[in-house]
Design a protein around this ligand. Structure first.
Ligand SMILES: [Mg+2]
Ligand SMILES: [Zn+2]
Length: 201
């Protein structure tokens, strides 16, 4: 085997570039604890932005903290129903989320099964790591888009690039930057984030 073949195999083993998207405040409006599909409010550009990632061949994975499960505000089946609804709206517009990963935990939760520290609550990178294993993705070639510094923190923890959007909490977060956690880009919204990502690829 030549060196070139060997490095090609290593690259394939390392997985594909992907885009990890926060849900609330990034894909849809952040209304606090979102219990039912009828409360989902997409931003006007979301379907177009996700479709552009699909057309570029980049897997799109939602990563979202849903501590409402641990707090007893809603259940895992309710979270999954919201995600099915989101996918049906996207599908009608020719756009696709490849997978959803959520953290149902919170250290101070009231539902015993979920009241725990975990590695998947952002800014931890457990969701990104799990998705990367399941879907053969390479975080080092990938991007995370979110409206909070915890999203940028998850990107950093995973070795991905982190983009802060000014929707949701983003405009407020921009004014309160944590020390030593610069975003790779700060842009107005998801469609601008997608433009930035596609310029890097
Ligand atoms: Mg968010
Ligand atoms: Zn978790």
């Amino acid at each position: 085997m030549s060196l070139r073949e060997a490095s090609g195999q290593a690259a394939r083993r390392a997985g594909r570039a992907a885009v990890f998207l926060d849900r609330d405040g990034t894909l849809i409006e952040d209304i606090g604890y979102l219990r039912v599909p009828s409360d989902v409010a997409f931003y006007p550009w979301t379907v177009d932005a996700v479709r552009a990632l699909n057309q570029a061949g980049l897997p799109v994975v939602v990563i979202t903290n849903q501590s409402g499960v641990a707090r007893g505000v809603f259940t895992e089946p309710m979270v999954e129903e919201v995600h099915r609804h989101m996918s049906s709206v996207l599908d009608a517009g020719g756009a696709r989320i490849d997978a959803y990963y959520y953290c149902p935990h919170h250290p101070h939760g009231t539902v015993a099964a979920y009241a725990q520290r975990c590695d998947c609550r952002k800014p931890g990178c457990g969701l990104i790591d799990r998705a990367s294993t399941d879907l053969d993705l390479d975080p080092a070639q990938s991007f995370v888009v979110g409206d909070r510094w915890i999203d940028v923190g998850a990107a950093r923890a995973a070795g991905a690039r982190g983009i802060l959007v000014r929707t949701g909490y983003g405009a407020t977060e921009e004014g309160e930057p944590p020390p030593d956690l610069p975003a790779d880009a700060i842009v107005d919204n998801l469609v601008e984030a997608v433009s930035w990502i596609l310029r890097q690829c």
